[in-house]
Design a protein around this ligand. Structure first.
Ligand code: A2P
Length: 257
């Protein structure tokens, strides 16, 4: 397990019966770009059991934060959900991922679209000042079934705009659009439908998604990613990668989960 750091859990927050987050210590040598993920897990019967987890915390913070679902019979999450302050969590030493600014062409508005725990990588990206240098506005859309699953919504709205380092940028340029599908809420509906009907643009008073001008990052359930890819390819947008930046990028690690 030489490629794994042993980190100590500092705090745990249970959002719902199916969703929790936790913070850990961070090995100073562990480097990552905002939007990336690492392999995280626990030692079970002497062996590491790991899954891909995006860093919620931005790369300039001294601690790490992760957001996780609780799968009742999930080999890892059924155990990880019980971690407590002081417990040890394994963190892979190499971070990777496709949700990177340099995989996207320059543009006007950056859309960060996530369902469920797909919010996680965007939590670090929205705290990256470079994002706001590259785009006029950043639109964070988080789609969940239930209101309580809108993790971090209070921090995004209340705490982040007042932050010493990135607060002004967030207050000026970040538009946060939480939406819920199975409960009453001021924003209701699936992200795919809200984009197609331009409800998001209308509610936020911004122009409709424009394939030539705007850029998109996606993270969420496989079916969401599939449907969004079809929608964007249909608009003439192309997926970007390290060698050829494009109009959108998808976090594929989630597809394999
Ligand atoms: P819905 O309640 O209509 O299924 P999940 O918890 O299943 O990952 O879903 C998280 C959110 O993503 C829910 O609001 C869900 O809506 C939505 N969702 C699921 N599949 C899609 C899809 N193919 N396109 C858009 N949104 C989706």
């Amino acid at each position: 397990m030489s490629n794994l750091n042993h980190e100590t859990v500092l705090s745990v927050h249970h959002w719902t019966d199916t969703l929790f987050s936790f913070t850990t210590t961070r090995d100073p040598a562990f480097r990552f770009e905002n939007g990336q993920f690492a392999m995280i897990g626990l030692e079970i019967d002497g062996k590491p059991l790991l899954r891909a987890y995006s860093m919620v915390s931005p790369n300039f913070e001294e601690t790490l934060e992760f957001l996780s679902i609780k799968v009742p019979d999930g080999p890892l999450t059924s155990r990880l959900r019980n971690v407590k302050e002081g417990d040890t969590v394994l963190v892979g030493q190499k971070a990777t991922g496709t949700l990177l600014l340099h995989n996207l062409l320059p543009g006007r508005i950056l859309y960060l679209l996530g369902t469920g725990t797909g919010l996680a990588p965007f939590m670090s990206i929205i705290r990256d000042p470079r994002v706001y240098e590259r785009f006029e506005k950043v639109v964070l859309v988080h789609g969940c079934r239930l209101v309580d699953e809108l993790a971090y919504s209070e921090r995004i709205r209340e705490e982040f705009p007042r932050h010493d380092y990135f607060g002004e940028l967030i207050a000026e340029k970040l538009l946060y659009y939480p939406t819920v599908t199975r409960q009453p809420h001021r924003n209701r509906g699936r992200i795919t439908e809200l984009l197609q009907s331009d409800k998001i643009g209308a509610d936020l008073s911004i122009p409709p998604l424009d394939a030539d001008k705007d850029r998109v990052m996606l993270c969420g359930s496989p079916q969401f990613l599939f449907d969004m890819r079809e929608l964007m390819e249909g608009m003439g947008m192309q997926e970007g990668n390290q060698t050829k930046p494009g109009e959108y990028v998808i976090e594929k690690a989630f597809v394999e989960r």
